[in-house]
Write a protein that binds this ligand. Structure first.
Ligand code: BES
Ligand code: MN
Ligand code: ZN
Length: 540
């Protein structure tokens, strides 16, 4: 991550680029008003003449001469009082993209003081998350490296003293979370001729130095254990690309039963003998984004020493056309014992997940299970990139996940998992295909049979895990893999652990009770900005 400081500024920390915020119709925030006064009203003047409205996500740039500040980026927030944490994160991504485009190396964000210190702190950390994520680069296969181009290096957040202290305290933890999102994105961005199932096992082993215990189940053990669905999908790959089930154990709490996170890790999905049509196959390297999100989340939890017990499972396989075919109409006995008829070899994700879920329950008796999978095109059709599908047998679990989604911007929309959607078969207990309608729920109902009585939630991240198909969504400011799930799950698990520790809701940060107004902060001095005399004028 870039270097980060949070402070009331001193003349030494003067930066050439300052970011300020404006509400719709160009109304400046108090911090922006100060910058405006110090720059002879240039912001107001510019906003009056231009088309800039200050709508959320809108940006405008002002260049200055003869000032310590040489450019001002005005970022629209719509209505300041309505800004949620996730909106600040979005805004951070837009601002980060702008830094990159302009080659900005250092900048100051004039955030100032929101209604409460809680809100100010939440806004600041969300901005940092967004900026970092926007600056991510994937250039290992480019001859001219993007990292040879100017890179953003240092950010100063200008806010009240208390929030500044909180941000400074939080910075190392934030950096760890953001490095974990990078891990997920890079694993997902790698092409299938580089990242095979064994590659994911190697990435997991890198977490051993953080105290994560790693077990890898290879194709031979799968055969012995009866993980027949897993093996059916992965068995037709080349010898070096054979399937792996990777289990990562992290124990940060004393006794509690673990939560299991299970990710679909199809390193490439050709569809198998039900081969995908030509124009649907490109991008199927992303069919392991669920597994990559589990990897990143385990890294974040271990690095941040979260007080939780978690088992991360990556169900890794390649869905290929090959020597050891897995054919439609075949019937396999699953690890759980249920017989599964193969209606479609392209519905492979639910097969590897079914065995991974049943095995995890059998061996570790988790308290609850969350699986993440790029499972269905149908979910993408339903929700686009705006939300991941949330399917669950537990309202408490679903609500807690949805809340974490709302806070982080990795949003979830609840979808049905009624048995009504189950695929029919005359031959076996269950079929992996179904009607062309309601396909996301059909897939979820299939998984539910394997999760059985264990509280379970399934996140279909087909539309949100990458932005290759041009869908407008939660992370559409980013390119390629988005890292969807890492911030969501880390946030959810850490807040849940804080709640159980204190027997109630997570501890509030130091500061005023929610909803009470901040006393008006003394006007901090911004370098290169003369203090306005008297009270700020009403908006022009
Ligand atoms: N990996 C795909 C789902 C997918 C499709 C993800 C497009 C991202 C973009 C999954 O394995 C798949 O092929 N699902 C089929 C299921 C069908 C055969 C029942 C689908 O969605 O068409
Ligand atoms: Mn498929
Ligand atoms: Zn797939």
């Amino acid at each position: 991550m870039f270097a980060l400081e949070a402070a009331r500024l001193t003349p030494k920390s003067a930066k050439r680029t300052v970011v300020v915020f404006a509400e719709s119709k160009g109304k400046l925030t108090p911090a922006a008003q100060m910058v405006d006064e110090g720059t002879d009203g240039l912001i107001r003047a510019t906003l009056r003449t231009g088309r800039y409205q200050g709508g959320a996500g809108e940006l405008t740039r002002i260049t200055l001469q003869n000032h310590a500040i040489t450019q001002i980026i005005v970022a629209g927030v719509g209505k300041l009082s309505g800004m949620q944490r996730r909106d600040w994160w979005k805004s951070g991504m837009v601002i980060g993209k702008q830094f990159d485009a302009l080659g900005v190396k250092e900048a100051t964000i004039a955030l100032g003081d929101l209604d409460t210190t809680d809100e100010t702190f939440a806004a600041a950390t969300a901005l940092i998350e967004g900026i970092h994520m926007a600056l991510y680069r994937f250039d290992q296969f480019k001859e001219v490296k993007e990292h040879q181009q100017p890179r953003f290096e240092r950010l100063i957040i200008h806010t009240n003293t208390r929030t500044a202290r909180q941000i400074e305290e939080e910075t190392p933890r934030l950096a760890k979370l953001l490095a974990a999102t990078d891990t997920t994105r890079t694993a997902a961005n790698l092409p299938p001729n580089v990242a095979n199932p064994e590659y994911m096992a190697e990435q997991a082993r890198k977490l051993e130095k953080l105290g994560v215990k790693v077990e890898v189940i290879d194709e031979k053990q799968m055969k012995k254990l009866g993980l027949n669905l897993f093996l059916a999908v992965g068995g037709s790959a080349a010898p070096e690309d054979q399937p792996r089930m990777v289990l990562m154990h992290y124990n940060g709490a004393k006794s509690a039963k673990p939560t299991a996170l299970i990710g679909k890790g199809i390193m490439f999905d050709t569809g198998g003998y039900n081969l995908k049509p030509s124009n649907s196959m490109g991008g199927m390297k992303f069919d392991m984004c669920g597994a990559a999100a589990v990897l990143g989340t385990m890294q974040a939890l271990a690095e941040r020493k979260a007080k939780v017990n978690v088992i991360g499972v990556m169900a890794c396989a390649m869905n290929m056309v090959g020597q050891n075919p897995f054919l439609p109409d075949s019937v396999y006995k699953s690890y759980k014992g249920l017989f599964v008829e193969i209606g479609n070899t392209d519905a492979e994700g639910r097969l590897v997940l079914a065995d991974a879920i049943a095995y995890t329950i059998d061996k570790f008796e988790p308290e609850q299970i969350v699986d993440l999978a790029t499972l269905t095109g149908a979910c993408m059709v339903a929700l686009g990139g705006g939300y991941a599908g949330l399917f669950s047998t537990s309202n408490a679990l679903a609500n807690a996940l949805a809340k974490a989604g709302d806070d982080t911007g990795e949003r979830l929309w609840r979808m049905p998992v009624d048995d009504f959607y189950a695929a029919k078969t005359h031959v076996a207990d269950i079929n992996n295909d179904g009607s062309p309608y309601g396909g996301a729920s059909t897939a979820a109902v299939f998984l539910k049979r394997f999760a059985d009585k264990t509280p379970w939630a399934h996140l279909d991240i087909a539309g949100t895990s990458n932005v290759e198909r041009g869908v407008n969504g939660t992370h559409s400011e980013l390119g390629h893999a988005t890292g969807f799930g890492v911030r969501l799950l880390t946030h959810w698990l850490e807040n849940a652990s804080a709640a159980t520790e204190e027997g109630a809701t997570p501890k509030r940060r130091r500061g005023r009770p929610a909803g009470t107004r901040a006393p008006r902060a003394a006007t901090p001095a911004i370098p290169g900005v003369k203090r306005g005399r008297g009270r700020p004028r009403k908006n022009a």
